[in-house]
Write a protein that binds this ligand. Structure first.
Ligand SMILES: Cc1ncc(COP(=O)(O)O)c(C=O)c1O
Length: 493
């Protein structure tokens, strides 16, 4: 006890000794970050990290305190300049959003409040629920549906697929485990489906053998006839089909599967209809895409992200499930320490833990709530349409240029192309285009990414960037051609 008494005599806290110093630094950080975002266009999109900087990242754990001014100086010197670049107007890699200045501030407020948004009668629980309601409204998804905000698309998808798996009416998978289903459970999706769906199937016990990857047509959309035939073959063989995943925007090319046809097949064979709309679901807000994405309204579940095509700071994704009972019965579990009370802190909305795996959850809803209020939904619709228009414009620039080849028709916000030179084989062009891409990034000109389509290495632009301007796509085309010429004429390829 003597030992404890000594500790008790010397109260410690992690709060600053000098609040005014912390406050002053905080103000400066906000100024610096606003300058950073305001002037980001003047910066290279990406910078190679020098070796001395990399070695700075590899130090022993600090045991003693360091001055916060020094820590911030290190951040500015060693971390900030080597950012990934997705805040930049010419970043179009993978599928990544940019965040906004107000989103930064909202995240700061959420961090200052720091509620754990699981349980209890406090404001964040209601704002979390409010944002779920707004998500349903955005997609015109049934009002009675339930949902949960999660870290991103991968987790949003697995959250839904667990519900789909547990929804077999003649088995109690939650109680008896996957072995209760003696025949192989099967999930269907196209070959273009994001890898997170296969990973989810592996994690939830379906296994890779239970994932049927159906081929796609020339527009990278699932072959509906093959889907139907495969389901029938599987049924005839005694397998247990349970779910079809439709794509609302594939990661490679932005293709939208025939969701209406998938829905009908699901109705016919009594299968769960899930939509992976990680970025594309929100294109439903654009009148031009409302029709092809309308079937989302009837999906049993849909997963999508707001850190992609709603430009929210990382991380925030969402799962919506049409049948609240199916959703709840997959997750609800109320131990004594999570009981709901009539009054006091443990009252309030039902615990979010009844609708997903995570118990501890941050206040990610605040940035969505504040950003939607800042701009209004109509502004997001305008920006999504702007990104689509820019992608079509880029497609036209590529088609007009004899040194470039468009590798897929532009259908939404993804453009896949390559530099071409007569006489070069596909194999040489693959090497050349990979070099072009890396050089575009190394010179800080632009950050598209890549994919391989029918064996052809493709430079791939996924445009979910609210900072991009028409001119940025012209810079990309000029840069690609210039570097393509330089490399192909240098005989290095
Ligand atoms: C179609 C699709 N599904 C799922 C994901 C995974 O989303 P996240 O990266 O947020 O986990 C992505 C990511 O780009 C995607 O494009």
């Amino acid at each position: 006890m003597k030992y404890y008494n000594e500790i008790l005599e010397n109260d410690r806290t992690l709060d600053p000794e000098d609040w005014s110093k912390m406050r002053e630094l905080g103000h400066r950080m906000i100024d610096d970050m606003m300058d950073y975002l305001q002037n980001i266009r003047e910066q290279p999109v990406w910078r190679n990290i020098p070796e001395n900087v990399k070695s700075f990242y590899n130090k022993d754990i600090p045991l003693e305190p360091q001055n916060i001014e020094d820590v911030y100086r290190e951040f500015k010197e060693f971390i900030l300049p080597y950012n990934k670049g997705n805040v930049h107007p010419r970043f179009w890699s993978w599928v990544e959003g940019n965040g906004t200045p107000f989103g930064v501030l909202a995240d700061m407020l959420a961090s200052a409040m720091n509620p754990n948004v699981t349980i209890g009668d406090h404001a964040a629980m209601y704002i979390d629920k409010q944002v779920i309601e707004w998500c349903k409204q955005m997609l015109n998804y049934p009002k009675a549906a339930t949902g949960i905000l999660v870290s991103g698309g991968s987790i949003a998808n697995i959250t839904a697929l667990i519900v789909a798996r547990n929804n077999l009416k003649d088995k109690n998978i939650r109680k008896d485990g996957i072995r209760a289903v003696t025949s192989q459970m099967v999930l269907y999706c196209s070959t273009e489906t994001h890898s997170c769906i296969q990973k989810a199937a592996e994690v939830i016990g379906i296994g890779t053998n239970g994932v049927r990857k159906i081929s796609v047509d020339d527009n990278y959309r699932i072959n509906i006839a093959e889907l139907k035939e495969t389901i029938e073959t599987d049924i005839a063989k005694g397998f247990r089909p349970f779910c079809v995943v439709g794509n609302a925007g594939t990661v490679n090319t932005g293709a939208i599967d025939d969701l209406e046809a998938i829905k009908e097949i699901c109705n016919q064979y009594n299968l769960w209809f899930h939509v992976d709309g990680a970025f594309g679901a929100l294109a439903k807000l654009a009148p031009e895409y409302a029709y092809s994405l309308k079937a989302i309204e009837q999906a049993d579940s849909v997963a999508f992200d707001m850190h992609k095509w709603m430009y929210m700071p990382y991380e925030v994704g969402c799962t919506l499930i049409k049948d609240p009972e199916a959703h709840r019965s997959a997750y609800a579990l109320i131990p004594n320490y999570l009981l709901h009370h009539e009054r006091g802190l443990a009252a309030g909305p039902e615990t979010n833990n009844n609708y997903g795996m995570e118990l501890s959850r941050g206040f990610k809803a605040l940035k969505v709530w504040m950003s939607l209020k800042e701009h209004g939904l109509k502004k997001y619709v305008a920006l999504i349409r702007q990104n689509i228009a820019q992608s079509f414009y880029l497609g036209e620039l590529i088609k007009e240029n004899k040194e470039l080849e468009l590798l897929t028709p532009v259908t939404m916000n993804i453009v896949c192309y390559r530099f071409v030179k007569p006489g070069l084989t596909d194999e040489k062009l693959n090497i050349l285009n990979k070099e072009i891409l890396m050089t575009l990034q190394e010179r800080g000109i632009a950050s598209p990414s890549y994919t391989i389509l029918n064996g052809k290495y493709s430079i791939r632009v996924a445009n979910t960037n609210h900072r991009s301007r028409k001119k940025d796509f012209e810079i990309l085309v000029e840069g690609t051609v210039k570097i393509g010429r330089e490399l192909s004429e240098s005989n290095q390829i």
